[in-house]
Design a protein around this ligand. Structure first.
Ligand code: ADP
Ligand code: MG
Length: 317
């Protein structure tokens, strides 16, 4: 199979939302009047982000999901994507599964694959995603204000707990594993939440490197501090009942790969947030507040500060 057959067969689908899609030297895209482009890239490297035997359908899903999550965190509506892929060999069955997983999620979110690059090399997947948002409504990291409340969607730490099990650091029951494995392999990007938070959230970020690390980026960009209530952090029964509470705490505070949204908003927006949570059938939980100063303090159930040594995963540390 030639490179061009491979692209035609596995990565070419109709793109009615683009002036020109796959097949020329560049795609041509028209942004709607009043919007600006939100652009972001995320790369998944074999050995770093997934193992060589990873299920290709789920990998296709996750490759796009992590990028959709960045659109969600900006309050942008995802429109188009490009895919740069390095493959050790042209494995037809693998490519068919990978593209099926990718396009299944793309269809759900109305995203069109409009181009990319395909080369031979160690397995590596890089998506660039393009979304639209009215410039003034983009959810930046820099907008948190003293007195704002801090919220997260969904549950924290499931992906890290599943990974700990797969790495043999803890043994989960079959039911517990089944409950947290989807967070690791099939994260659900909170795109609808990001759109709903336009005009309501003062800042937002998606949690890819762990709550403390990612909230830390909001605090730094907004030049504020935070107080969190550990007991309020939403976690699965498997984490709450975990034999090692040290591990559970690490998963909840610093586990990566959750792809939930962490955002801040004024206390005056409670009713709107409850309405959004109900409409999207997605739990939104208030976990703390923004304070003057710098850094983040996490209080335990008795109000004492937790010693938070572990921080988010940093590739170069
Ligand atoms: P060029 O040589 O101009 O870079 P390529 O031969 O790399 O063009 O690609 C041909 C066309 O196929 C281009 O439109 C490119 O965007 C698209 N393409 C290449 N690889 C992929 C891919 N993995 N997914 C989607 N489109 C791709
Ligand atoms: Mg090329």
């Amino acid at each position: 199979m030639s490179e061009f057959d491979l692209i035609r067969r596995h990565f070419t689908r109709p793109t009615p939302g683009a002036l020109l899609g796959v097949g020329d030297d560049a795609a041509l895209l028209q942004v709607s009047v009043g919007n600006v482009l939100a652009v972001s890239s995320d790369m998944l490297v074999c050995g770093t982000h997934f193992l060589p035997d990873a299920d290709p359908f789920l990998l296709g899903h996750k490759t796009l999901a992590v990028n959709l999550s960045d659109m969600a965190a900006m309050g942008a509506a995802p429109r188009w994507a490009t895919l740069a892929i390095a493959l050790p060999e042209a494995d037809e069955a693998w490519l068919a599964q990978f593209s099926a997983g990718f396009f299944a999620l793309a269809r759900q979110h109305g995203v069109e694959l409009v181009g990319g690059d395909t080369t031979r090399g160690p397995l590596n997947l890089c998506v660039t995603i393009f979304g639209e948002v009215p410039a003034q409504q983009a959810l930046r990291r820099s907008g948190a204000q003293v007195g704002d409340e801090i919220w997260v969607s969904g549950r924290l730490g499931d992906a890290a707990l599943a990974l700990a099990h797969l790495q043999g650091r803890i043994a989960l029951s079959a039911a517990e594993l089944a409950a947290c494995l989807p967070a690791l392999h099939q994260p659900q990007p909170r795109v609808a939440l990001g759109l709903a938070l336009r005009g309501i959230a003062s800042s937002a970020i998606d949690i890819s490197d762990g709550l403390l690390a990612d909230l830390g980026h909001i605090l730094e960009a907004s030049q504020v501090g935070a107080q969190l209530d550990f007991a309020a952090l939403p976690a699965s029964p498997a984490l709450n009942n975990c034999a090692s509470q040290t591990l559970a705490r690490q998963c909840i505070l610093s586990g990566g790969d959750d792809y939930e949204l962490c955002f801040t908003s004024s206390a005056a927006r409670h009713a709107e947030l409850s309405e959004i949570a109900a409409r999207l059938d997605l739990p939104l939980v208030r976990i703390g507040k923004i304070v003057a100063g710098r850094g983040c303090i996490v209080h335990d159930a008795s109000g004492n500060p937790l010693n938070i040594e572990a921080c988010g995963y940093d590739h170069f540390r």
